[in-house]
Design a binder for this molecule. Structure first.
Ligand SMILES: NC(=O)c1ccc[n+]([C@@H]2O[C@H](COP(=O)([O-])OP(=O)(O)OC[C@H]3O[C@@H](n4cnc5c(N)ncnc54)[C@H](OP(=O)(O)O)[C@@H]3O)[C@@H](O)[C@H]2O)c1
Length: 263
């Protein structure tokens, strides 16, 4: 596969108002791409679009039913076509399974899984016609069960499996499909997920995005950011899954509070 030149290509990025999605927008704009920015925070998206130049804004709650159809309808109404889709919007929540409200878990599945499938399905005909592709933002959480973030880990395992299957299915048609798997990354993600969700040192979002764009261009099926994360994902495969789950539980379990220091 030839390398992919983003110059003049139209890229739709979900979750572009902050974090990894915002970095995708800035780096792709610097590489000459034209953007469509999607998230709920219209003001933030409009401010970013003004800064970046050729960027359209679609404010949409992607966890809501029918959102992918509405995004496609708005893209069509703007008279635009999409070459590359970046399904980046997602969130996690740290906590014991029964402590996290069901509404929040449902919303996580709706955003991380349902919306990602629906966006991919709605835009695939355009991606095929334009011989472009899709970058699905998964996570290193995809490579083992994640106790205390069970639904989040399962949602990212879904994204990885789904993306690898589509990669094999669409390669013969010249369409790229990549699962980008960051480990802990320095973004506002942890304000919502809880700091206990962070495992290891946080990487720079710019480095994560640059790796993703290189891997997409090279036509890879998946890529993991960081040497340590690559090693953990490889080692996980050598052990029984129940053992990996038990080790993960030990690493992820709530830490006892430190005793108060008398002043
Ligand atoms: N940061 C990490 O350590 C890390 C590690 C591995 C994987 N990831 C994955 O990377 C992706 C981006 O995460 P991040 O770290 O950049 O998180 P973030 O800083 O919290 O940003 C999340 C983005 O998603 C958007 N979003 C959230 N709910 C949405 C909804 N219902 N509808 C539309 N947009 C929504 C947010 O915008 P609005 O609030 O304006 O809607 C925001 O732009 C996620 O899929 C995450 O799972 C992150």
């Amino acid at each position: 596969m030839n390398s992919y030149d983003f110059r003049g290509k139209r890229v739709l990025i979900t979750g572009a108002s902050m974090g990894i999605g915002e970095r995708f927008a800035r780096i792709l704009a610097a590489r000459g791409a034209k953007l469509i920015l999607v998230a709920r925070s219209k003001d933030k998206l409009e401010a970013l679009a003004r800064e970046l130049g050729d960027a359209a804004v679609i404010a949409e709650d992607l966890a809501a039913p029918g959102s992918a159809e509405r995004v496609l309808a708005q893209v069509r109404a703007l008279g635009l076509t999409v070459d590359v889709l970046v399904n980046n919007a997602g969130f996690g929540k740290y906590g014991s399974f029964d402590d996290v409200p069901l509404d929040e878990l449902r919303s996580m599945v709706d955003l991380n899984v349902r919306s990602l499938v629906e966006m991919t399905h709605e835009f695939m005909p355009m991606l095929v016609a334009n011989r472009g592709g899709v970058i699905q933002v998964a996570s290193t959480a995809a490579f083992q069960p994640v106790p205390y973030m069970a639904v989040y880990g399962a949602s990212k395992a879904f994204v990885l499996s789904f993306s690898e299957a589509l990669w094999a299915e669409y390669r013969p048609r010249g369409v790229r499909v990549l699962a980008l798997c960051p480990g802990a990354t320095e973004t506002p993600f942890f304000a919502r997920a809880g700091e206990a969700a962070a495992f290891g040192a946080k990487a720079s979002p710019d480095a994560v995005v640059a790796l993703g764009l290189d891997a997409f261009s090279a036509g890879r099926a998946s890529v993991i950011h960081g040497a340590g994360n690559n090693m953990v994902a490889a080692i996980n495969r050598l052990f029984p899954r129940a053992m990996v789950a038990k080790i993960s539980a030990r690493l992820m379990q709530p830490k006892p509070a430190l005793p108060a220091v008398a002043s």
